[in-house]
Design a protein. Structure first.
Lengths: 176, 735
């Protein structure tokens, strides 16, 4: 029910893709502010493309079926589970991963114990950062409801929620 | 002090095994997969490798490839590494395959059919097995244990009232967010080749012992290194030994590095869970609610192999009588074999199951006598000088009555109770209630376990004057590295920046015992302090140990005069004085000390849907001295929420003995929106024999929430629920 489970509306620009003879699709998209061009198998998951082909293993696979949110990235500025997104669908999109969020901004989350084992954490931080950048959503939803798409088994969530409250109120933690 | 690796985790920079590139030792790595049993019990006729794949290009391992005994080294060694022609549970490993192309491997592995002749499985631990289901002894019994104090039968004869009850708890999956992951490769060593295993684990020396046994190698030719570990909760206590063996067998056959990464469905289906339990209480009380006799029967489902069930049962029965004094106690426990996946370690290790029964039963005693549940607890709570069921005399100065009173005050118990009762009179379909549990948890191994473990810690004094803690205790999220750094710095009079915690690597660290049983800070932390004392004494003059800058200078000076040599302080476990346990008769000091706690749950039940929501939760804990308030609080909050899941939503569905809901879509753990903020209060009482004055913290929070919640549901609705998980489907018929 959380936001991390919702798919972003994707920008299908047919001019940027073409199926090749061996079944791969060449696409271009923006990844953490940089243009990426890559040929992908139609069944390839965005999570695998990021982790195993583009050297961005910050996004984690926790369940592989869109429940846990450990693989959360933003696609055109909306959180999405990258394990549920075939990579070819992000052609022309703007994808941001945990690697785009500056470490220096994360101090408030550290101080409240928002991370323990760390496996859910990148997804938690991507969702948290998205809430921080879209704080108007707090008018209609609580932080607990907004974070409900990111499962954490260690913290009991208080460290995450407290950290996010502190982070949102922290003028130093801005967009990269 | 903040979590040392916290920013690395928050920024996504922390590298777990599956995140690492296939370079260095993993260059040329193959991916490994496990072929598993399709049935719960039976003979393997044939493993049919699918047509359409060139199997000569794959590495295949079957039981015949195991160099040593086909046994997973643990208590009884009855679990094979790969089922040798006969399977005893669904998803049991029967063969291994590896290939460098992960996608091809997945398709090829899916083509393998294990052809079997099924035998009748034993799937219900609560009923006696039929003759054709017996697989161990005459009755599938794994272990039987008894605690006896006084004479319950005489007390029953003279009781004012006898209250009986039967309580059940279900299996629970750990759901560490990082699935199991292991790698293996071969290195050269002075005594021949060395099998190196590196992966996600809690207990490097358990893995080492398993490798030594089944590979027929000594510790110079097997090396185990822990990789960053994304959660454990007991789930990475013993099962990583199995995966490490699988990885090692593939690497030995392939002569190439191998990685095995489980996906969630495999991890949930094939690895250990919390033991399901059935506990029966028969209690004699007087008019005031005083316990005159407790007769308790504990039955655990052990699953298909012995694994850790005897010790889970042991901890379970020792905690079964709760934090109460009673002169006549008879506890009989048994763990029975079934054809379920072997049940194993899970936070609390048998205690949450028996404490659930005890604390729910205490409320039912109060109900039967028309007394307040708080009063029944007050009159029975152990005082220092009184004895537990094993006749351990309690000491240490924790005032459990004050702890209970403080819990009631902080949780606004009376106010919530009053307001709930008023609310229930007017609301058409919501019912609110409040419940309590008072708990104890023995920290460290049970009985003489710590003496047998004989744990060791070294501290290395480096040429730059820094101190390196060398211990086998692993960081899996609970904060070992941060807390060891603090403890070592305090003991040495150092800045924390001058302390390093070494990676658990069996070539570098001594055996500090497993990272389990809430023992890391209390037991191993104390050894860290003593190893530093040893180092300081070695360098001191006239028997005066050095501290702080003078210790640092002495270390650098020593290295100047002894270039290239190693300087270490060492410590080996010694039990606190006067701790004695008779492990044959279960009499004496079952634990060096207990941590104490109380918790209050305030719940709301929707009569339309039978859904239970926890509105407010307070956990009060005496864990000795709190070393790191943020980390300790995080342990309690995480434990409470894991227990809320166990109590209300985490239900196993089985089909033919296999887990049917082995996905996070339909095995429901709590989200942030399902739980309230968890109020944590520490009742500090430093324990002189624990590291930094600490007692165990990790498991205690798991003990109280489930009974407190069901007690609150009973207060809200009158529903006399005695089994968890209390899902809406199970609560509805009781409303």
């Amino acid at each position: 029910m959380g936001f991390a489970t919702s798919q972003s509306s994707m920008n299908h620009q047919s001019t940027q893709s073409s199926a090749t003879l061996n079944g791969t699709i060449a696409i271009r998209f923006t990844l953490n502010g940089r243009e990426v061009e890559i040929a992908v198998d139609p069944t390839e998951r965005l999570l695998d493309t990021l982790r195993y082909r583009l050297n961005l293993p910050g996004s984690k696979e926790g369940c592989g079926e869109g429940e846990c949110g450990a693989c959360t990235v933003t696609i055109d500025d909306l959180p999405a589970n990258s394990c549920l997104v075939p990579t070819f669908q992000v052609r022309g999109c703007n994808v941001r991963t945990i690697e785009s969020i500056p470490t220096s901004s994360l101090q408030p989350m550290l101080e409240t114990g928002a991370t323990q084992c760390g496996a859910c954490t990148p997804g938690v931080v991507v969702t948290a950062n998205w809430i921080k950048e879209h704080s108007s959503v707090l008018a209609s939803h609580t932080l607990r409801a907004l974070m409900a798409g990111n499962l954490c088994r260690c913290t009991g969530y208080d460290g995450i929620i407290d950290g996010l409250e502190k982070w949102i109120g922290n003028p130093k933690g801005g967009r990269p | 002090m903040h979590r040392l690796e916290g920013l690395s985790k928050l920024s996504g920079a922390e590298r777990y095994l599956d995140d690492e590139p296939l370079e260095g030792a993993l260059k040329g790595c193959l991916w490994g997969m496990t072929v598993r049993s399709p049935i719960s019990r039976g003979k393997i006729r044939r493993i049919a490798y699918g047509a359409g794949f060139d199997w000569s290009k794959f590495v295949v391992v079957e039981p015949g490839d195991i160099p040593g005994p086909n046994e997973t080294y643990l208590i009884e060694n009855d679990q094979p590494v790969l089922a040798p022609g006969y399977v005893r549970h669904m998803h049991e490993a029967v063969a291994l395959v590896a290939h460098e192309d992960r996608n091809l491997l997945r398709r090829a592995a899916a083509s393998i059919r294990v052809e079997v002749d099924a035998d009748p499985p034993a799937l219900d631990f609560r009923v006696a097995p039929r003759a054709d289901q017996i697989q161990r002894g005459s009755d599938n019994l794994i272990k039987k244990l008894q605690i006896k104090k006084g004479d319950v039968h005489a007390a029953f004869a003279n009781a004012y009232k006898i209250v009986e009850g039967e309580y059940e708890t279900g299996a629970q999956e750990h759901v560490y967010i990082e699935n199991n992951a292991m790698s293996a490769w071969i290195e050269d060593g002075p005594n021949g080749d060395v099998v190196v295993v590196r992966g996600s684990m809690q207990c490097p020396y358990y893995v080492l012992n398993a490798l030594k046994h089944a590979l027929g190698r000594d510790e110079t030719r097997v090396r185990v290194i822990q990789a960053p570990t994304g959660g454990g909760f007991g789930g990475k206590e013993d099962y990583p030994s199995t995966i490490a063996l699988h990885c090692a067998l593939l690497t030995l056959k392939a002569k190439r590095p191998v990685k095995i990464i489980y996906d969630r469905s495999e991890d949930m289906a094939a690895t250990t869970k919390r033991h399901p339990s059935l506990v029966r209480h028969k209690t004699a009380v007087d008019k005031s609610g005083k316990l005159l006799a407790q007769q308790i029967e504990v039955i655990l489902d052990g699953g298909a192999y012995v694994t850790l069930s005897p010790v889970v049962l042991s901890r379970g029965i020792i905690h079964a009588a709760g934090p109460y004094t009673c002169e006549n106690v008879l506890i009989e426990g048994k763990a029975v074999l079934t054809n379920s996946v072997p049940y194993g370690a899970f936070r609390g290790f048998g205690a949450p199951q028996t404490i659930f029964a005890c604390e729910r039963h205490m409320d039912r005693i109060a109900h039967a006598l028309g007394l307040d549940p708080i009063e029944v607890r007050r009159i029975n709570l152990l005082k220092d000088g009184q004895t537990t069921s094993t006749q351990q005399t309690i000491s240490g100065g924790t005032d459990r009555h004050a702890l209970l009173n403080e819990t009631l005050r902080v949780s606004a118990y009376d106010k919530h109770k009053r307001e709930s009762e008023a609310f229930n009179k007017t609301h058409p379909y919501l019912r609110r209630g409040i419940g309590i549990a008072t708990v104890l948890h023995g920290a460290g191994f049970t009985g003489n376990g710590e003496v047998y473990l004989n744990s060791k810690v070294d501290v290395g004094a480096r040429p730059d004057g820094k101190i390196e803690v060398l211990a086998a205790s692993t960081e899996m999220g609970q904060g070992t590295n941060t807390v060891f750094t603090r403890i070592a710095a305090d003991a040495a009079g150092y800045d924390t920046a001058d302390v390093v915690v070494g990676v658990p690597d069996t070539f570098r660290v001594p055996n500090s015992g497993p990272t389990v049983a809430s023992r890391t800070v209390m037991v191993v932390g104390k050894l860290v302090e003593r190893a530093i004392d040893d180092l300081a004494a070695q360098l001191g003059q006239n028997g005066k140990p050095l501290r702080g800058p003078s210790l640092k200078k002495a270390i650098t000076d020593w290295h100047t005069t002894n270039p290239g040599k190693e300087l270490k302080g060492r410590a080996t476990y010694t039990p606190p004085p006067n701790v004695k346990f008779d492990d044959k008769n279960y009499v004496g000091d079952a634990y060096a000390t207990f941590a104490w706690g109380a918790c209050v749950a305030h719940v709301e039940v929707d009569l339309r849907t039978a859904a239970v929501r926890v509105l407010d939760f307070t956990a009060m804990q005496d864990i000795g001295k709190v070393i790191n308030p943020v980390l300790a609080k995080g342990q309690v909050q995480g434990g409470v929420v894991q227990a809320i899941g166990w109590a209300l939503s985490e239900e196993f569905k089985f089909k033919d003995g296999g887990m049917l809901n082995n996905t996070l879509t339909n095995y429901i753990i709590p989200t942030s929106d399902d739980v309230p903020p968890i109020r944590v209060v520490f009742h500090e009482n430093p324990y002189p024999f624990g590291g930094g004055g600490a007692k165990g913290v990790g498991e205690l929070p798991m003990d109280g929430p489930a009974p407190a919640i069901l007690n609150a549901v009973a207060h809200a609705t009158g529903a006399d629920a005695r089994a968890i998980p209390l899902t809406p489907e199970h609560l509805l018929p009781l409303l």
